[in-house]
Design a protein around this ligand. Structure first.
Ligand code: IMP
Ligand code: MG
Length: 173
């Protein structure tokens, strides 16, 4: 499999710093922000981002599944929910990539139903050209205009490449 570097570790770290400041400035009413890492893909970006968020922060994790190789099934499944209470709290969903939008649509509804005070979305990559449903991100590190499949920094292809410290585009032969 051939890959081309798209986003370096330095570029990602730089944007995570900027987003961290933006997020810290957004939540200023004194109530805690429940940052939710969407596993597995967001794990690396989550770590990079949350250390830049100042104030009262609570971390939790959930696991979803919707992908099969390089194709979305469109069916989002909740494998493991968060353990913390979301009711009455600001929820910040942290995603690796927002593509068709099915995942974020599902999660926004999920946390609204739990009675969250607010639900916002931070992501490493926003790819609006593939949207199937009308969802928007609140804090996105990068917007990509190419349709190429991406790996690295948490993003996988059949569970591989998540450990790469940068993002590459995949060229399928
Ligand atoms: P969506 O539901 O189509 O917006 O897709 C969201 C999920 O699909 C992301 O959280 C990723 O885990 C996965 N995904 C979408 N595009 C890619 C990609 O280019 N590479 C790896 N995973 C992807
Ligand atoms: Mg994901």
């Amino acid at each position: 499999m051939k890959t081309n570097l798209l986003l370096s570790e330095d570029a990602i770290r730089q944007r995570a710093c900027e987003l961290g400041e933006q997020i810290s400035a957004t939540y200023n009413d004194g109530s805690p922000v429940l940052c939710v890492c969407v596993l597995k893909g967001a794990f690396m970006f989550f770590g990079e981002l949350v250390k830049r968020i100042k104030g009262d922060v609570i971390l939790d994790f959930l696991t979803l599944s919707s992908y099969n190789g390089a194709n979305t099934t469109g069916q989002v499944r909740l494998i493991n929910d968060i353990k913390e209470f979301a009711q009455g709290r600001h929820v910040l969903i942290v995603e690796d990539i927002v593509d068709s939008g099915y995942t974020v649509e599902f999660l926004k509804k999920h946390f609204e139903e739990k009675g969250a005070l607010s639900v916002k979305v931070a992501c490493l990559i926003d790819r609006p050209l593939n949207r199937k449903v009308n969802v928007e991100t609140d804090f996105s590190a990068f917007t990509v205009t190419s349709n190429r499949f991406l790996v690295g920094y948490g993003l996988d292809f059949n569970q591989r490449y998540r450990n790469m410290g940068y993002i590459s585009e995949v060229e399928f032969e």
